[in-house]
Write a new protein. Structure first.
Length: 271
């Protein structure tokens, strides 16, 4: 039995993600421009990232004025309710800038520091993934009704399909490419979608056997990590650690641990 508050938080996250997804899908200018850069000249923000975050925070604040926020585009407040919303209004901004379809809206609700509800909406797929802590993970899409998510049965590692991503800082990217070079011969193959939130949901839905990336922030991970775990995947960072900026890993049981060991051996968490 899930907490009624968590269900209410999920419903609000679903509404906010749906509205933001519609804004991003239907309101994208024909000549979309870069509004700012972050960690490097290729780490971009568009006017639509900013507009989507404002839509989300305005909606949630109207319904729950005492909650806090942590958003990629600057939303930051502690709140007084014990609930904090962790928001990536547009995960996969470079894809979106180029008109590629793999991007998502990611919204998670934390209560007392633990993620209790999460939604990832991928409008160009026509799919939305969601989970409540202890209640499993589900998705809606082209199929009828909600589909319960479950990660794939674990294959041998050399038959595992694994996704990753690359940082926008050149020195980090070079090291990540070297880690991928060492890893590729040991796997079925590696994919790179450009959206960590979508990758985590693809682990949850059985489209990937694993995922790893260095340099992710809380807003990249919060919703997708919960969805993957509620679908039966294991998630973490370096051995004994939670996923974070050093390293984030998700995988089916049987893939997660050998993948984590290899990434530790290859020094995936440092330059």
């Amino acid at each position: 039995m899930t907490d009624p508050l968590h269900q209410d938080l999920l419903a609000l996250a679903q509404e906010a993600a749906r509205r933001a997804g519609e804004l991003l899908r239907d309101g994208r200018p024909a000549h979309l421009a870069v509004a700012a850069t972050k960690s490097s000249p290729i780490d971009v923000v568009t006017e639509m990232d900013i507009a989507a975050e404002k839509l989300i925070t305005d909606l949630i604040s109207e319904r729950r004025p005492d909650d806090g926020f942590l958003g990629e585009e600057g939303a930051s407040s502690k709140g007084t309710s014990g609930v904090r919303w962790v928001i990536d209004p547009l995960d996969g901004t470079v894809n979106y800038l180029y008109g590629l379809p793999t991007w998502a809206v990611s919204i998670a609700a934390e209560q007392d520091g633990e993620t209790v509800a999460g939604v990832v909406a991928a409008p160009m797929r026509g799919e939305t993934y969601h989970a409540v802590r202890g209640g499993g993970a589900r998705a809606t899409g082209a199929w009828e009704g909600e589909r319960e998510l479950a990660c794939r049965p674990a294959p041998p590692l050399d038959q595992a399909l694994v996704s990753t991503g690359f940082n926008y800082v050149t020195e980090v990217r070079v090291h990540q490419a070297e880690v991928a070079r060492q890893l590729i011969p040991l796997l079925r193959d590696i994919r790179r979608s450009g959206s960590a939130a979508v990758d985590l949901c693809d682990v949850a839905s059985g489209r990937l056997d694993g995922f790893f990336e260095r340099g992710l922030n809380a807003w990249d991970l919060a919703a997708g990590d919960l969805i993957a775990r509620e679908a039966g995947a294991l998630t973490g960072g370096r051995p004994g650690e939670r996923p974070g900026r050093d390293l984030a890993i998700a995988g089916t049981p049987g893939v997660f641990e050998p993948l984590q060991r290899l990434l530790e051996d290859f020094g995936a968490w440092h330059d």
